[in-house]
Design a protein. Sequence first.
Length: 160
Amino acid sequence: MPQEIERKFLIKGEFRAQAYSSVRIMQGYLSSVPERAVRVRICGEQGFITVKGKSDVSGLTRYEWEKEIPVDEARELLQLCEPGVIDKIRYFVCVGEHLFEVDEFYGENEGLVLAEVELSAEDEFFELPDWLGEEVTGDLRYYNAMLSRHPYREWNSREE
């Protein structure tokens, strides 16, 4: 069974100058129940459908299955998604042996910038760039499926 192991961090500094590429991403959820999320994504000019299972106790590991689909089909499926489409730019930044994907959110999640790094093992070592802030791995508020239902602007303004 394919597994995704990743850690998530807030951003506290400037990372864009280190990015070698970026892409606009629009994604929505056909299903976002706690046991599974079924996501439709347009990433540049490519379409994808992804199924993610529930995270383990640590929040680091979960089942993930993804298949590329024609971008026109992804656009059609986005029309069927639950309310709360995610709009973001993803920056790709290499740090040491690892790739960090840094998402800058727009729309209802504007102001949120998150970095993710995928690992091959939960205890794998990776370099921490100086622009990484607080680790939020396992914090359900920062899952894209949750951000589509409870946008950053809403919960951030209540916490200030």
